[in-house]
Write a protein that binds this ligand. Structure first.
Ligand code: IDC
Length: 448
């Protein structure tokens, strides 16, 4: 067993562990150890890691459990720590004491700059990446395949950090005519969007009024995105009430259906609660811990987005910060936390929060607008550009609100567009022109 701290920052570090099976062949493995004081693991990849007090248990995932004699498996994690160089101990593999070493001093301490913490050299699972053939298509999904979370990054099938750029539907209940083969062709081929978010409101005349109908509509849009090589975010668009627990049974039913139906697709990302508000992080966590297992039971490798406190502001709009998540994170693999902003309302203090959070927890901007938080008012292009420059620099994915012809300034198309079949640039609003210009530029998707 080799346990290495390969990156560290104030309050946390990234660990990389390789287990080697020195005995006869095994079909599954469990590495257990005792964490040092202050070490709490918040994220892990290529293993399922649980922690109770100081006792840590890491078990294989489906594809790396089988190890012949001298076979190895590598997994990674993010952990907090309270001091420097804490040394964990008492490592056992399937109950047998391990030989090997613990290395807790990486290169000199680095700042939590997200540009260094991704450490692409450790993200890919060594047992998988070298055997992957190169992509055969040029669409975002053909190149990137099944996504996963590596450290604080969204990573592609080659284990490399990527950024997705795209746009959200408006409420499916209000703008049914905006999502059709012509508008989605435009989004994929002319805008070159990587991701389309399917905003399925839960209340406000959405899912609860026709669960079967909305489930089927979402599935059909997933297929249409897949056919065009785009990722699809299935957004359980909770808004009112702000406590997602009010809809936990609806969420379980819905996600069980869509995750089972779409389990074999590589283009699906699940977003379990749009904007919790008026609730604590602990309440959101309670909800997430009921819904995530339902999705994982059906679609174990999917990336899942979790809304944060204060309308997905990482808590800032309710007087808190991301520290409450760092202190009490979700422990499932492939989780990202969402951050939403509206450029005319959310300025430098929110940007500072994102900068601070980005090296510590995986972030995904699943909704942002060029306008005020009402979805209307002035289009603030200066603030929008400052935001997107920051997100591009941090490689954080972003999804704009909205790909619709709503009569509000955040909409990308002029009112009336969706009653015709022309979704060309002449139909774009000021917001739509700006957003398209920031999505259409070439992607950077590393394949090796
Ligand atoms: C807004 C729509 C608006 C609609 C309203 C319903 O733009 O047409 O009348 O919802 O309540 C969010 C929400 C998103 C909001 C959007 C703009 O996720 O549902 O859409 N917004 O207000 N969070 C912050 C802003």
């Amino acid at each position: 067993m080799s346990y290495r701290v390969i990156n560290q920052w104030s309050g946390g570090y990234q660990g990389d562990v390789t287990v080697t099976n020195l005995g006869s062949s095994i079909s599954s493995w469990r590495l257990q150890w005792t964490a040092a004081s202050g070490q709490t693991i918040s994220q892990a990849w290529n293993a399922t890691v649980t922690q109770s007090g100081a006792a840590v248990s890491a078990t294989n995932v489906s594809w790396n459990g089988s190890l012949g004699t001298n076979g190895t498996a590598t997994f990674g994690f993010i952990s907090s720590w309270s001091g420097s160089n804490p040394v964990p101990g008492s490592f056992t593999l399937n109950g047998v004491a391990c030989t090997g070493g613990v290395t807790t001093s990486p290169s000199p301490s680095v700042s939590p700059s997200p540009s260094v913490s991704p450490s692409p050299s450790v993200s890919p699972s060594p047992s998988v990446s070298p055997t992957l053939p190169p992509p055969t298509g040029s669409t975002p999904t053909a190149i990137n395949g099944q996504l996963k979370v590596c450290g604080v990054n969204l990573c592609n099938q080659f284990g490399k950090p990527i950024q997705l750029r795209g746009i959200s539907s408006h409420g499916l209940q209000w703008f049914p005519s905006c999502y059709n083969s012509s508008s989605l062709d435009t989004l994929a081929n002319d805008w070159k969007a990587d991701v389309f978010r399917i905003a399925m409101y839960v209340n406000e005349g959405g899912y609860v009024t026709d669960p079967a109908g909305y489930t089927s509509r979402v599935n059909s849009l997933v297929d249409q995105a897949e056919q065009r090589g785009m990722y699809a975010i299935i957004d359980f668009h909770t808004l009112t009430p702000g406590d997602p627990n009010a809809n936990v049974e609806n969420a379980k039913t819905f996600f069980q259906n869509v995750a089972t139906r779409n389990a074999n697709k590589k283009n699906v990302i699940y977003e379990i609660a749009n904007e919790p508000n008026g609730v604590t992080w602990e309440q959101i966590r309670t909800y997430a811990n009921q819904v995530i297992p339902v999705i994982k039971a059906a679609d174990p490798d999917a990336v899942i987005l979790v809304g944060t406190r204060g309308w997905s502001s990482l808590g800032v709009s309710n007087g808190s910060t991301h520290a409450e998540i760092v202190a009490n994170p979700l422990t499932h693999s492939n989780i990202m936390y969402t951050f939403h902003f509206y450029a005319a309302s959310h300025l430098d203090n929110y940007r500072t929060e994102v900068r601070n959070a980005a090296g510590r927890i995986p972030l995904f901007v699943s909704e942002w607008g060029t306008t005020s938080a009402t979805g209307g008012g002035t289009v603030d292009l200066a603030s929008s550009a400052a935001w997107l420059d920051l997100l591009d620099q941090l490689k954080i994915s972003h999804v704009n609100w909205t790909y619709s012809d709503a009569n509000e300034s955040s909409a990308a198309f002029r009112p009336g567009t969706c009653s015709g079949s022309n979704y060309g640039t002449s139909q774009l609003t000021q917001s739509g022109q700006f957003v398209r210009s920031r999505i259409v530029t070439a992607d950077s998707f590393p394949t090796s």
